[in-house]
Every structure is written in C-alpha cells, then in structure tokens.
Design a protein around this ligand. Structure first.
Ligand code: CMP
Length: 143
C-alpha cells in the first residue's frame, strides 16, 4: 500500500493545528502508519531540504523548520501521495484554494503549515530519513 511522509511545520504545531490536520486525513480514509512530535536538527533539515540547497531561501527554510517542534507522520492508502498534495493545496497559500489545508490556514510561502512528499521517490527517501522501520505499523487489512 502506498505511503507518504507528511509533516505539520512549526507554525502549524504552534497554532494547535495537529488535530485538525490529522482529522482531515483520517476522514478522507487514509491510515496513520507512524507519527511523532519532534525537534529537527540542522543536519536533518539540510538533508530533508537538500534539493533546495542552491535556492536563495534555503537558509530561511532551514532556520524555520528547526525553530520549533514539528509533527512528522507517515500515512498510507490508495494514491495517498498525490491525494495528500491536493488536500494540502498549492505551496504558496496565496494560490491555495479554500478547502485545502494551506488555503484555509496558511499565510506565507515560508510558513505554509504542512509539508508533503511530492513523489514515490521522495516519499521513500523522507520516510527513511525521519522514521526507523520499527516506528511504523502496517495495517493487515484496510477497510
Ligand atoms: P515544502 O513543501 O516544505 O517544500 C519546500 C519549502 O520551501 C516549501 O514548502 C516552502 O515552505 C518553502 N519555500 C518555497 N519558496 C519559498 C520562498 N520563496 N521563500 C521561503 N520559503 C519558500
């Protein structure tokens, strides 16, 4: 079953949006395979966002994601990678339509509440970066 990595960013955690966000994915029908509230080290942040290393906002991105606790999650279900991206909305909350997470709660491209893997390759990479295998569960039979 397909899995993706989703993370409530420091702004979402501080604004008490963990429950709201978890509820949206549960109600959609996805299953939570792992979750933890954690602080991200600079090393982990730089690795996670490695593809943006040359971007002018890289320093800002690393500073922000390490500025407070995040809620890291693995979700599983049919087409969960693409569907979660639809549910999150556009990266820039200015362009995210109402009804999406960023459309409803985000204000700026930096503080955009949630991160989600954009492909099967990045989902596998990000899950392995944040979770050990024994921190994840498998659902033998999905309803
Ligand atoms: P995310 O999905 O976590 O992946 C990369 C992040 O870079 C993205 O969300 C944005 O929060 C952030 N980002 C993209 N463009 C900018 C920008 N111009 N300034 C600051 N952050 C940005």
């Amino acid at each position: 079953m397909e899995k993706t990595f989703l993370m409530v960013k420091p702004d979402g955690v501080q604004r008490n949006l963990i429950g709201e966000i978890v509820t949206r994915f549960e109600r959609k029908g996805f299953h939570l395979a792992g979750a933890k509230l954690m602080a991200i080290s600079t090393k982990l942040a730089e690795e996670h966002y490695g593809e943006h290393k040359e971007r002018p906002f890289f320093g800002e991105l690393v500073d922000f994601i390490t500025s407070g606790p995040v809620f890291a999650m693995v979700w599983q279900g049919e087409n969960v990678i693409a569907t979660a991206r639809h549910m999150m909305g556009a990266t820039n909350p200015r362009d995210a339509v109402p009804g999406t997470i960023r459309g409803d709660f985000g204000l700026t491209v930096g503080k955009n509440v949630i991160h989600g893997s954009d492909s099967t390759v990045s989902a596998e990479r990000e899950i392995a970066l944040f979770f050990k295998e024994d921190e994840l569960v498998d659902y033998p039979k999905l309803i």
